[in-house]
Design a protein around this ligand. Structure first.
Ligand code: ASP
Length: 318
């Protein structure tokens, strides 16, 4: 009898070690993609510090049972508040010297989504996007209509000097070819997925231009049955190729893994230099791929993974 018991215990132990660990939460973030030419070591350190802070806060939220939706909103708000990134404070200027910001958020649970485009005074466009999702029957509000809705909701606003600091202007002149945008995707302990993206768009864009970021299925998408995805790059190309939805569709219809779906889109559909994306699926697999020299990115999960990277080759995805 004791021998039988020992065999059972041994078998149980074997199952425990041979079963793949269940990732019960995961947060992946990005802070834009492009070239890193002209980036000093101290700038690299500043970006890395910023990404670490966002991951740390997201880890606390998800570890304590917070929702994927709250995690991606919090992550994107923190990146919007940081003038290093082209979103919220630190947004680039359009051809006429004004800030025009776009953002979107999506819940994979019910395909609920909200987005705003061409807003100029809202401190956290991603939070306004969430209000559009929760408090209106619409998906996308633009320009003055979105600004009016923000005021009705009592969202914090600021004038143009808040968004574009002189220091930031200098940084962006030096890093002209680096694309901006921030984003986050998450899986929570309840098994739900969410995605959020926010951007100042492309520097020198025509007034009124809207990129892929606030367009559901182009720069942002989440569906519990496939994945959550947030993109960064030349928006027009991401719109033409329905990049975010295409990743989800490759998983749904072609049964590709998250990694293969993201790789196919980033390396075969898009061209070198176009941009990249981050994604997470229901099992907690994550992907961070770009066809640019750099993409600011990072991941944290319940299995103790905590990594950030800037150069394309610096970190292999799971
Ligand atoms: N995708 C954004 C846009 O085209 C820009 C970026 O990601 O850098 O508006």
């Amino acid at each position: 009898m004791p021998q039988k018991l020992a065999t059972v215990i041994l078998l149980l132990c074997w199952f425990a070690v041979s079963m793949p660990a269940q990732v019960n939460y995961c947060l992946v973030i990005h802070g834009g993609a492009g070239t890193c030419t002209g980036m000093t070591d101290s700038m690299r350190a500043a970006y890395t510090r910023a990404l670490n802070e966002v991951l740390q806060a997201g880890n606390n939220l998800l570890k304590n049972g917070g929702s994927a939706l709250d995690a991606v909103e919090q992550a994107v708000c923190m990146l919007e508040d940081n003038p290093l990134f082209n979103a919220g404070k630190g947004s680039v200027l359009n051809a006429e010297g004004h800030v025009e910001m776009d953002a979107a958020i999506m819940s994979g649970t019910d395909l609920g989504c909200g987005a705003v485009a061409s807003v100029h005074s809202v401190k956290n466009p991603v939070s306004l996007a969430r209000k559009v999702m929760l408090q209106t029957r619409h998906v996308l509000l633009v320009g003055e209509g979105a600004e009016k809705f923000a005021r009705e909701c009592g969202m914090p606003t600021a004038d143009s000097s808040y968004f574009t600091t002189p220091k930031q202007l200098e940084v962006f002149k030096k890093l002209k070819s680096r694309k901006g945008t921030v984003g986050a995707v998450a899986l929570d302990r309840q098994g739900n997925l969410a995605a959020a993206t926010s951007t100042g768009g492309l520097a020198g864009k025509m007034p009124g231009r809207v990129g892929d970021t606030p367009l559901i299925g182009a720069g942002t998408y989440a569906n519990n049955s496939t994945c959550a995805i947030s993109c960064t790059g030349t928006g027009e190309l991401f719109i033409r190729n329905s990049v975010a939805f295409r990743v989800s569709a490759l998983m749904e219809y072609k049964k590709l893994s998250l990694h293969d779906a993201v790789s196919q889109v980033v390396y075969s559909v898009l061209q070198p230099g176009d941009g990249g994306c981050i994604a997470v699926d229901k099992a907690g697999n994550y992907s961070m791929e770009c066809n640019t020299q750099c993409m600011f990115r990072g991941v944290v999960n319940s299995e103790g993974v905590f990594m950030t990277a800037i150069d394309r080759t610096a970190m292999k995805t799971q």
